[in-house]
Design a protein around this ligand. Sequence first.
Ligand code: NAD
Length: 356
Amino acid sequence: MKIALLAGDGIGPEILREAVRILDVLRGEGLKIETEEALVGGAAYDAHGDPLPAKTLELVKQSDAVLFGAVGGPKYDTLARDKRPEKAILGLRKECDFFANLRPATVFPELADASTLKPEVVSGLDIMIVRELTGDIYFGQPRGVTGEKPNRVGFNTMHYTEPQIRRILHSGFRIAMARGRKLCSVDKMNVLETTQLWRDIAEEIAPEYPEVALSHMLVDNCAMQLVRNPRQFDVIVTGNMFGDILSDEASMLTGSIGMLPSASLDGNGKGLYEPIHGSAPDIAGQGKANPLAMILSMAMMFRYTFGNEEIAAGIEKAVRAALAQGLRTADIAAQGTRPASTAQMGAAVAASLQSH
Ligand code: NAD
């Protein structure tokens, strides 16, 4: 197992350090894991004038998986667009064809009160949103703004090829197979032809996965159902734009941005694993960051790239054990309580994993 470690900026290095602590426990148990670090984002720009240096890209291409902290910060906001730290993420997705973005929204029983929704609506929630990353209205041509004031016209093109739709739907079905075997495909077929094609292809593929119950839902209804009764969902698969919006909505069901992992996969199981949050410059370097999203991203790596459910579930169990001990970083701590530091949380998860 070769893993590229790209810490990035802000809290990236602090949270990745805690994930490496977990890897060290696994190494101690005899697991053969090779890791190598490389610069990315603002840190890479500072050192090499490029947020995604060729050496970093080369390492990623040679690795089975990437653990990615976060990139960005106010210091870089005035740079030209192609030099900005965030460009590194887009570059990695494109160069490695990471087309399937997986975002779980899981509510740990200990944190059911952290959501803005009532605990009885969200407790036990465990949804996976699979979002297509390479097509749709974000990339379609033609696009632009034409004409003169006051009659300018803005236009974008929703565009999906059949192979793009097929591969993301297959990802959705396979992930559903590994979970609760329910797949909800989200579209807007009542007004958009592109998504009628999406629905037709989903129906064509469905017989290949007879154990998965496929359903369809219009995106506006899905947005509503996610807050009305989110536990009805197991896996949701959808296009780039709908997935962008629905995955942010679903992530907030859980209450804390510091808890949410993600994966971006290619067609061969290689993946980039990162927390959904950014580099949190406001708390960087203070030991306040919650490392659990990063650690849970690593659990996803064992599940989806290395196919090792035992380790993935073991890490998730260790996270739950740390929470059950009452440990809370500042973002999830109750008011007036003394929060744990990033390192204390990481150490508690590592200790729990070791003892099991
Ligand atoms: P952010 O996610 O970094 O922070 C939003 C808020 O959540 C902040 O108050 C922060 O302190 C808090 N927070 C985030 N992660 C936390 C954690 N693990 N523990 C505790 N609190 C946490 O979003 P932002 O402030 O809008 O963006 C900051 C920088 O990150 C920007 O430069 C942005 O472009 C970049 N960004 C990077 C990524 C990425 O690397 N994938 C994603 C989003 C934003």
